[in-house]
Design a protein around this ligand. Sequence first.
Ligand code: PLP
Length: 456
Amino acid sequence: MTTAELQAGAAEHLLLHFTRHADFAAGGRPLPVMVRGEGPYVFDADGNQYIDGLSSMFCSQLGYSYGEPMAQAASAQLTELGFHTNWATAHPRAIELADALAERSPGDLNRVFFTSGGSESVEAAWKLVCMYHHANGEPQRTKAISRQTAYHGVTLGALSFTAVQSMKALFGPPAIPVRHVANTNAYRDPDDEATRCARLLGEIEAVIDQEGAETIAALIAEPVQNAGGCLVAPAGYWAGLRRICDEHGILLIADEVICGFGRLGEWFGSARNDVVPDLITVAKGITSAYAPMGAVLVSDRVAAPLYAAPRVLAHGITFGGHPVCAAMALRNIELFEQDDVLGNVRRMEPVLQAQLERSLELPIVGDVRGQGFFWALELVNGEMPDGRFDAADRERLLRGFLPGRLAQAGLIARADDRGDSVLHIAPPLICDEQVLTEIGDRVHAVLEDAAAFMAS
Ligand code: PLP
């Protein structure tokens, strides 16, 4: 099929996720159709090369050149046992993968429940939390705390934790009562780090007080929050979350759907915060996106009641822990270790940071923040006292100018304004200094033009 035929076929039959379809209607932008990948690059149907500066939505940890070892793992598994469930039965790959994850997880997070993706992981975590409190004679713990602007998935349970109003408005009241507390955005915050940390933790304690501590089941947060633009927590914040949760019998869920599997230079991003949560949700990078999979890691303490007869783990997903996906996830771990992927992120983090910080000299860049290979540049409007773009300018910049200019520069990055206006950069974890420098150059060139465009 030609590119035009593929685009016409998409227009006729394919519904795209979180997409304004009209943007790609006749006379609009051409729909990018990606056909091939290699290292950190992807190629569209016209043969144009792009650096995947977003790892295909924070998933492609290994980039695109590991198809062969992944295919070998999948092929061996397909020949041996194409599918079996983990419903009151098991298969070797799920057992081995649970073992491998437990070995690499922090503290006593030794139990693993498999899912097919991130939203399912978040919902499974919530159900495990509910089962724990029920078993402990506290069924009244039915509420949760999450943070403003956070994204924790879109299935109806997970959507309750998500705090992006535009994604919730159409779908009725949330399935789970959730209080959204302030996130850790430090940009424009006049307080110093210690004062900010104390204020943020104080707000959480106040919310717990208002709701009644005995009604709160869990607090969910990402080690570095994606929506809002790579919001790194102040020093002491996660230790504070752990202390508050312990004091009040609340379970702490680290949502590592993005921050896990090397994105922050660790198997689990919580290691950067030096805190052991009660549950960790993962997906995306668990197979480097060569197959769809997710998981919830659960502490021995939280899982303990599940082992008491005659209790049933009252949740299940047909494809959770699919043997082919599990075989590929195991291969992913082997490849991470063989090629020292975590070491690469640790060594290259300062390079990526420095490359992106070069753009701070541009009037349109107000802040550069992140950790590991997970960064955001906040885009600012020097004309406005608070530095923010109004809705019309966000439309012009984020959905008008940037997508086309980024494509022209051969760079995939995400312009986003679920919070303030940001450009996300999260390249595959195998990128070397040369590719990161190229990313820095392209970001700079695109944002230089964006500044001129917005000033025109
Ligand atoms: N949690 C976080 C932190 C995420 O970033 C996402 C997706 O981006 C999800 C949950 C939902 O994952 P999925 O899209 O695989 O359902």
